[in-house]
Design a protein around this ligand. Structure first.
Ligand code: BGC
Length: 880
């Protein structure tokens, strides 16, 4: 038996926040039939478990988010934790040891002052440097660093760590993150160089479709220190301060939207190496960073996820590159040229029919990297502190393009799930959703990675959250973002459209003020309630409900205050079922279902989630109050708006999934929904808010035929159609590329002067929400209790899919299935992890028999952990 232990924090990350450690473990290789009867957790300050040993034993089967006996509260403290469990076979061995290292828990422990130069936004970004001596043997060394702006720290010529765009994007006026790196191996005896490249980043770079600079301030600055613990027990801190020097180098311009300009003839190649003469450099300028806002990074940072070779197609005046996958990132280009040669790389998500880059959807984002070569010969080129959303690029240069690699970046959430089937297009859909997730989780959950936007749109994150939770383990990522959501919420509870709320900061600077006055938007503001609840469901994380309860309540109070007689007020601007394909192209908020119905349905839904959260971590009284609100709004809404809403697919779906229509009418509403879908031959007619719920609204009510007709449809207005015209990610609009290959204009008001009016991204994940349904229904890996404590084995095969296999790495271990159809016989191999009960919910007809490892069983019976061979005769097979 083997036990794998982890905490709530990303594994292998150091410099974490202090406070309670929530431990979860997976048990591998337990005897069949054994269960966890008790656990023991030990914590200590040494790996031998002898210093300050603390131990907790409990007769309990809990294994997820269990508090460690030692609470690491000291800055820099390294603590060690392990667990063992008792089963019917006795006590296990200890798990592998989990090592937890705290960061600096008080901002003031970064002892230096923040430093920068006199540059302005879009100016040449500064290099900062100092040097120091190491004269004694080093036991260990840590770098703690943060910035107003984005930075790379270079020690003796090499980048410290592999974080990209550090310190990431948070509402800098409330919270600024500190990254920690182990830099022991960077240090050398004698002189050492400590250098920083500091760029505008999100802090003062061009942001949002208003394309404004200086959003958080006019000056970039860096604050950091290297702490050296010597073998003789002494500590030395090399911190930022007025003794540092500044100059500029090869990086002449760096912007997240626009790209990088690098003139390597101006580079100072040895600037961050020992022995460099910086006497010509200027003194730095001291700047202010409020140290009380500093916090250790607790979410996974942005890192490189993949390197994809690009194909080269040479034309007379350019070289065209294709990475075969739409990504967030950049091109690493190898060229053979001469000093002074210019290389210009432009990016786009798709090609126009004439094979040129389609850059109109980028709007005002230039997404162009420019280089001037600093030497002769073969050399690699990579931009700094930018990212582009692209599959294609073109290169204009007098140098020879030798090779190109697309570098894909993402917030480094571990992959959690696998899916494969005999249906090639469905496999591609799965891949496209996963890539849209990766491409759009860049420090925060964004809407799109390519145009002058890339903002933390709450509605997109909300619509996609269950799919995201199924695909990757991003609980730490969302714990962090939800913290920012709560801090950006107004006192009266309004949740901004985007987190961090860059728009609110920009409105006062616009002529005429806020062009989009809002009272909160249903489905967007509901990120405050839906996401914490989803995290609890998908990961079993109760703490996130405790963290967010006040924010959840405040949102429901704020939004429901706009009800008149328990129905959302009339005439209040809403985003509604955004991008309903039948809405006018330039008015994406004009969906078929009324936005008043949608807002009321969301109030009822969110109030129910708050009621359930109150029951778990709040008060009974509140739980009753919010449940009553939920019921009252549902009843009044259905009475007033139900008859109109049920004429639309989104209206029916929300009514069923959010329980707006009374029990007695469910059957009729479901039948009406199914009829609408049949009439449209499975064509999708829902927008951002209807799409995530329509498949369940059908299948939960028995309409699998209709659900599959929609899922597997290949004509336009479907999930698979984009794939037939080459999509490698999920589109913002169902009809983004027409069957004749021409892209839609995406007619919507462009906000930046000089940019085409266009709202058409080829990489928006909201519609990818369907993948969660695929896991639960095609594979049949369904969770019945928070964190997959109980699951059901519930595949619903259909004729077009001969086999499917996949898994979800739950907190308990891997839950997997591998099924195939042989006529009407279904055979499946299933693995249920330790600690999980799996209920049989197999696709049966009256004539079916179920065999589990050769033994007859009935649906509803429960299997404990282990591997099973399941056979179903006369299975129920959907005819699609
Ligand atoms: C974004 C969307 C977002 C919407 C709401 C768009 O510009 O890209 O995904 O949710 O605006 O207004």
């Amino acid at each position: 038996m083997k036990i794998q232990l982890r905490s709530q924090h990303p594994s292998k990350q150091i410099g974490l926040p202090g406070g309670p450690l929530e431990l979860s473990w997976k048990v591998l290789g337990a005897h069949s039939g054994d269960t966890q009867l008790a656990y023991e957790i030990q914590s200590a300050l040494d790996s031998e478990f002898s210093v300050s040993l603390k131990s907790d034993q409990a007769k309990s089967n809990a294994s997820q988010y269990v508090k460690a006996p030692h609470v690491p509260m000291e800055s820099r403290e390294i603590s060690y934790h392990r667990v063992r469990i008792e089963t019917q076979s006795g006590w296990s061995d200890w798990s592998e040891t989990l090592v937890h290292e705290n960061g600096l828990l008080k901002g003031a422990e970064l002892i230096g002052s923040a430093i920068g130069d006199d540059s302005k936004a879009t100016d040449v970004p500064p290099l900062l440097r100092t040097s120091f001596e190491v004269t004694k043997p080093v036991a260990k060394a840590r770098l703690y660093a943060t910035a107003h702006g984005t930075y790379d720290v270079m020690i003796n010529g090499a980048k410290a760590g592999n974080h990209i765009l550090a310190p990431g994007w948070t509402p800098y006026q409330y919270r600024l993150l500190v990254d920690t790196h182990d830099v022991t191996n960077h240090l050398v005896e004698g002189e050492n160089a400590f250098g920083v490249l500091l760029t505008d980043g999100w802090y003062r770079g061009k942001m949002s479709f208003f394309n404004l600079l200086d959003n958080y301030g006019e000056h970039t600055s860096f604050l950091g220190q290297i702490e050296i613990d010597y073998e003789d027990g002494t500590r030395e801190i090399i911190s930022t301060g007025t003794n540092w020097k500044t100059a500029t180098g090869g990086v002449r311009f760096a912007s997240i939207y626009d790209g990088t300009t690098m003139d390597m003839t101006m580079a100072q190649p040895a600037w961050c190496k020992p022995g460099f003469d910086d006497s010509a450099w200027k003194p730095v300028i001291e700047r202010q960073i409020d140290k009380t806002l500093l916090e250790p990074l607790a979410a996974p940072p942005v890192r490189v996820k993949a390197e994809l070779p690009m194909t080269l197609r040479h034309e007379a005046d350019r070289v065209n590159l294709d990475g075969t996958q739409n990504i967030s990132g950049w091109v690493r280009l190898t060229v053979d040229g001469k000093r002074g040669d210019k290389v210009v790389v432009r990016h786009a998500e798709i090609l126009l029919p004439d094979k040129t880059l389609h850059t109109a959807p980028l709007r005002a984002a230039k997404a162009t990297d420019t280089y001037i070569l600093g030497k002769d010969g073969v050399q690699d080129l990579e931009p700094k502190h930018t990212f582009h959303g692209f599959q294609f690029a073109d290169v204009v240069t007098e140098a020879k393009v030798v090779k190109a690699v697309a570098i894909a970046i993402t917030s480094d959430n571990p992959d959690r799930a696998e899916f494969e089937s005999s249906h090639k297009l469905l496999n591609k859909l799965h891949s496209n959703v996963l890539w849209s997730l990766r491409d759009n989780y860049v420090s925060i959950p964004t809407d799109c990675p390519q145009r002058d936007e890339r903002l933390g749109w709450t509605g997109d994150a909300q619509a996609f959250i269950y799919a995201a939770n199924t695909l990757v383990d991003e609980n730490a990522f969302f714990r962090s973002w939800l913290k920012d959501l709560a801090s950006e919420q107004t006192n009266d509870g309004k949740v901004p459209h985007v987190i961090p709320d860059i728009l609110e900061m920009q409105y006062p600077r616009l002529e005429g003020g806020n062009p989009f006055p809002d009272n909160g938007a249903a489905g967007w503001g509901d990120a405050a309630t839906v996401i914490p609840w989803a995290q609890y469901q998908s990961f079993g994380d109760v703490q996130i409900l405790r963290n967010q309860l006040v924010s959840m309540r405040k949102w429901v109070d704020y939004f429901s205050d706009q009800c008149v007689d328990n129905v959302f007020g009339e005439g209040i601007m809403q985003l509604g079922d955004w991008l309903d394909p039948d809405a006018p192209e330039d008015k994406p908020f004009l969906a078929k279902v009324s936005s008043r119905f949608v807002a009321s349905a969301y109030i009822s839904h969110s109030a129910r989630l708050v009621a359930r959260a109150e029951e778990l971590v709040g008060t009974k009284e509140n739980s009753v109050k919010y449940q009553r609100l939920s019921d009252d709004v549902a009843t009044a809404t259905w009475n007033l708006l139900g008859s109109e809403a049920r004429k639309t697919t989104s209206g029916c779906s929300l009514a069923l999934e959010f329980r707006i229509c009374p029990e007695a009418e469910r059957e009729a509403v479901a039948a009406e929904l199914a009829a609408l879908v049949r009439k449209d031959k499975g064509a999708i007619s829902t927008g951002f808010l209807g799409t995530p719920v329509i498949m369940d609204a059908m299948s939960q009510n028995g309409y699998f035929e209709e659900a599959y007709s929609m899922l597997l449809r290949e004509e336009i207005r479907s999930w698979l159609y984009p794939i037939t015209v080459g999509a490698t990610t999920i589109w913002e609009r169902w009809e983004a590329i027409k069957p004749d290959g021409t892209p839609s204009t995406g007619g919507s008001e462009g906000h930046a002067p000089g940019s085409e009016p266009s709202m058409i991204s080829f990489n928006h994940y909201a519609y990818g929400a369907v993948v969660d349904w695929v896991y639960r229904n095609v594979l049949g890996l369904t969770s019945l209790a928070p964190g997959y404590r109980q699951v059901s084995i519930a595949p619903r095969p259909t004729k077009s899919i001969e086999w499917a296999k996949g898994s979800i790495e739950t907190g308990y271990g891997k839950y997997s299935i591998d099924w195939k159809l042989d006529g009407s016989k279904l055979h499946a191999k299933v693995t249920v992890p330790f600690g999980v009960d799996a209920k049989l919910n197999l696709p049966v007809t009256e004539a079916s028999t179920i065999l589990v490892n050769g033994e007859t069983k009935l649906n509803g019976e429960v299997l404990s952990h282990g591997s099973y061979d399941l056979d179903v005769t006369h299975a129920y097979v959907v005819s699609r």
